[in-house]
Design a protein. Structure first.
Length: 237
């Protein structure tokens, strides 16, 4: 009998927790931007980048808070990526019934250009190989398309906020707003939904396998009982 890896429930829970942390850290950064960030940007601009200028010490605390929030956003994003890739590898091992290398998954997500097209195809194949009910295909495809479009929108927002992008001026620090937070939140919710769909299907798979084995065993026993015993066959001859 081939070894069947367990359903990756823990790694799915880790993905959900990491996505929640990502949304919360981005939300905290957006709130800071609106409450203190715009005024802080003006104060930093007035200092001219001189840390010894009069009034520089007054903004140290706010700058420290801003730096911590940015770092937390980066850590949450990294944790989310690590948790998702871990879940994806374990879910693939579940459907292949054996150990599978993580390199194809990492390449699909990390190789530039490839990571814009291949990941949703990989996730769809995983869902299909998990043997879901046939009537869920249309809803799954709609969910998958919505998730990937929202993820591309989130990626576009992140690229637009990079330092080499258009300057934000003296009015803000990052340029993040409620619209950016909405895009990030939507992408996180849809990603969590895809993870939940596949994990739910794989959780139900053992019961389906047990029923299939029971049915096969019953058919085998029926064939054996229907065959005449050797003694009866000898007397008949």
């Amino acid at each position: 009998m081939r070894f069947v890896p367990p359903v990756p429930r823990r790694s799915a829970t880790a993905v959900h927790a990491a996505l929640a942390a990502q949304v919360l850290t981005v939300a905290a950064l957006v709130v800071f931007e609106h409450v203190r960030g715009r005024r802080l940007a003006g104060e930093i601009s007035a200092l001219g980048g001189d840390p010894h200028a009069p009034g520089a010490q007054a903004v140290v605390g706010a700058v420290t808070v801003f730096a911590i929030l940015v770092m937390l956003v980066a850590v949450a994003a990294f944790a989310g990526a690590a948790a998702y890739l871990t879940w994806l590898v374990q879910a693939r091992q579940r459907v292949t019934r054996s150990w599978t290398p993580a390199l194809p998954v990492l390449a699909a997500w990390l190789v530039p250009g490839v990571n814009l097209v291949v990941p949703p195809l990989l996730v769809h194949r995983l869902w299909r190989d998990s043997r879901p009910p046939a009537d869920r295909r249309a809803r799954w495809l709609a969910l998958l398309a919505a998730w990937w479009l929202s993820w591309l929108a989130t990626l576009a927002v992140a690229v637009a906020r990079l330092p080499f992008g258009a300057p934000h001026g003296d009015s803000d620090l990052t340029g993040l707003g409620l619209a950016d937070l909405a895009v990030v939140t939507l992408a996180a919710l849809l990603c969590a939904a895809t993870v939940r769909q596949i994990t739910t299907v794989q959780t139900a798979a053992p019961h389906d396998l047990t029923r299939a084995l029971d049915a096969a065993r019953g058919q085998s026993q029926a064939r054996i009982s229907s065959q005449p015993s050797p003694a009866v066959s000898k007397r008949n001859s």
